[in-house]
Design a protein around this ligand. Structure first.
Ligand code: ADP
Length: 167
């Protein structure tokens, strides 16, 4: 991509951000001039952290990364990409299961908005990490310290401790 300024949007739920997401962000930061991590406010998903909390955790992690910023958004991802003048959408791939879904999503986004999606493959050690799994294991008291950044681990512990106290 020599010679052209490229801004990428990395959209997702990030509930919460994991080492897998962070790996994608680090790779993306090297590939693009600017990378906007976009936290979607999906009303359909069961949420653990509010979009504001998710943005806060990500902001702490990308502080030192040149060209990387984080925001939350509502509505269609492609609409937000257009608003932010993003050239491409960045997504991460873990497995063939991801591939099927991501292929459909990328083709839909290209068809409705003409925007390209760029994929990066995760480092093998993060291939099994998902936010859903993290939420489940953490809620049952399991050790997830090697799957999420330290600030996220701390918040998860706090959140579930408080939930248990309320029970
Ligand atoms: P969404 O609800 O939009 O799928 P997620 O927060 O679950 O949002 O994921 C955002 C993006 O990060 C997706 O492209 C997903 O495939 C990717 N991703 C999630 N976990 C990992 C991981 N462990 N390694 C690489 N990519 C990942």
């Amino acid at each position: 991509m020599v010679g052209k300024f490229v801004r990428a949007l990395f959209p997702g739920s990030f509930d919460p951000i994991t080492n897998g997401h962070l790996d994608v962000i680090n790779r993306g930061a090297k590939l693009f001039d600017e990378l906007i991590v976009a936290v979607g406010k999906s009303p359909l998903k069961n949420q653990l952290f509010t979009p504001e909390e998710r943005v806060e955790m990500i902001a702490e992690l990308v502080k030192g990364l040149a060209g990387v910023s984080v925001e939350s958004f509502e509505g269609l991802t492609v609409e937000y990409a257009r608003q932010k003048k993003a050239d491409v959408i960045l997504r991460g791939l873990r497995s063939l299961t991801d591939m099927n879904y991501e292929l459909e999503l990328a083709m839909t986004n290209r068809s409705v908005a003409g925007i390209e999606t760029v994929f990066v493959m995760t480092t093998e050690q993060y291939g099994f990490i998902s936010s859903t799994l993290i939420r489940q294991v953490a809620s049952l008291g399991g050790d997830i310290s090697n799957m999420v950044p330290a600030n996220v681990n701390r918040r998860l512990q706090e959140r579930f401790k408080r939930m248990q106290e309320r029970r």
